[in-house]
Ligand binder design. Structure first.
Ligand code: BG6
Length: 478
């Protein structure tokens, strides 16, 4: 029997980046300060990302990795040439809102910022690489946080729509795949990182966050509407931090807890894809005395402008229990709290490794939404040991990816439509959660450490040739 595993024709293979984790040049060519520019390395980072600290200017004694990142702003041509050498047919990037509207409120966009992304997309297209663009990947202009409290305020909706319309109009001939908000459900877990929200002690956390979520959902629907109007041939999706929550046991209480946990995330996609607030969310609001303020027409907007596809990140499954004893054994998984799953191993950062979970999650999303899926983030953050030439024998990364590709292949055989796959950080980049450089995902090594030292030189790891072969074969021959 043949072991060949070939992916569908025109399946998109590539990698995924976020502006703030790669570009650097944080004030160049008129760019405004964004929320991510205020997240230092070290212990303060978590409190800032959670929205517990209101510190809206960089401090002199702290190190902010986004300020230089891996200098993609100046080195994108060299990096894209390496992606092309691997055979990428797509690259997911994000646009930094504050490069286009430095304070979010200018009447005219910043031409230098627009030009940068024109150059970037031209370079990709020159190499036959399809740009896949996230409109907002965790970076809100700081001026909007100062003035309006970011997404707490309804004012953000129109400002976001203006920004989205500007970039759809400018790049209509170049970009066919769009996504509105990266990991929109992150807002509930790391409010400042996800949505620029600082939580004050006298505020009701759920009230603030679900009102902000409503603003983002309306803004997302308006962006979908604008995209369909301006670029009718484009596809625009949502983006979920996905990964099914398994019940720790067959106890119905655990099963229900898992379902509730998943619904916390599905809530966003239910609105973006099905076009209405689900019944379980209405009940949650009622039980918790939350009032979501809506404007006339909001519900019609949400219903009329649903997404074309479901983009999602998958790093790990999660696990939940209602047993106090079990609950004490926690692990990480893309910042989502989870109890340790006794059947699975974890990465050096405690993120559970579960390839079959990708098949399960893809099937779950397919069953729920009946729309094409796009796996726009997945990968292993690991510590690499380069030799003197910057070469890394990263067999652990190859093993992780191969297992996930095979699971993705099985999902496709199950009948799940998947547009493509972009592995996270195809070149080493700054970690979103920790700000570290040593948490590396790349096929390409970047000489830079956690403190910002290093030449920034790029070099190919073992996984570079491996991924190149997978793309060339459109899967696996054996
Ligand atoms: C996702 C984000 O949460 O996970 C990325 O969309 C992030 O921005 C990625 O980098 C991996 O997380 P980390 O913390 O390992 O960088």
């Amino acid at each position: 029997m043949s072991n060949e595993k070939r992916f569908p024709e025109n399946f998109l293979w590539g990698g995924a980046l976020a502006a703030n984790q790669v570009e650097g040049a944080y004030r160049d060519d008129g760019k405004g300060l964004t929320t991510v520019d205020l997240m230092p390395t070290g212990p303060k980072r978590w409190d800032i990302m959670h929205g517990y600290i209101d510190e809206l200017q960089p401090q002199n004694d702290l190190f902010y990795p986004s300020h230089e990142a891996i200098d993609f702003y100046h080195r994108y041509k060299e990096d894209i040439a390496l992606f092309a050498e691997m055979g990428f047919t797509c690259l997911r990037v994000s646009i930094a809102w504050a490069r286009i509207f430095p304070t979010g409120e200018e009447n005219e966009p910043n031409e230098a910022g627009l030009q940068f992304y024109d150059n970037l997309f031209d370079e990709l297209l020159k190499h036959n690489i399809e740009p896949v663009v996230t409109v907002c990947h965790f970076d809100v202009p700081v001026a909007l946080v100062e003035k309006y409290g970011s997404w707490k305020n309804r004012k953000m909706v129109a400002l976001f729509e203006k920004y989205a319309r500007t970039i759809f109009t400018r790049y209509q001939g170049k970009v066919k795949y769009w996504m509105t908000f990266n990991e929109i459900n992150m807002l509930l877990h790391l409010p400042f990182m996800g949505a620029g929200i600082v939580l004050h002690q006298d505020e009701n956390r759920d009230q603030v966050l679900y009102q902000a979520a409503h603003h983002q959902l309306v803004a997302s629907a308006l962006a979908v509407k604008a995209c369909h109007e301006i670029i009718p041939e484009a596809q625009i999706g949502c983006m979920l931090a996905a990964g099914m929550t398994y019940p720790y046991s067959a106890n119905p209480d655990d099963v229900w807890a898992g379902m509730e946990k998943d619904r916390e995330s599905f809530f966003f996609i239910d609105v973006q894809s099905r076009g209405q607030y689900p019944g379980y969310a209405k009940r949650f609001f009622k039980d918790n005395q939350l009032t979501i303020v809506m404007e006339p027409g909001d519900e019609e907007l949400l219903a009329s402008h649903t997404v074309d596809y479901i983009g999602f990140s998958y790093y790990s499954s999660r696990c939940i229990s209602t047993d106090e004893k079990v609950l004490q054994d926690q692990t990480d998984g893309n910042v989502f709290a989870s109890v340790k799953n006794p059947y699975l191993k974890a990465s050096e950062w405690g993120w559970t490794i579960d390839p079959k979970g990708l098949r399960i999650t893809a099937n779950q999303l397919h069953d729920r939404y009946q729309k094409p899926l796009f796996i726009v983030e997945n990968g292993l953050g690991a510590i690499d040991q380069p030799d003197a030439d910057g070469y890394v024998e990263d067999d652990y990364r190859i093993e992780y990816l191969e297992a996930h590709f095979k699971a993705m292949y099985e999902a496709i055989q199950d009948g799940v439509e998947i547009i493509g796959y972009t592995s996270w950080g195809p070149i080493d980049i700054v970690s979103a959660s920790t700000g570290e450089m040593k948490k590396r995902y790349g096929y390409i090594y970047v000489d830079r450490d956690n403190e910002g030292n290093g030449s920034l030189a790029r070099s190919r790891k073992k996984s570079f040739a491996w991924y190149q072969q997978v793309i060339k074969d459109n899967g696996f021959k054996r």
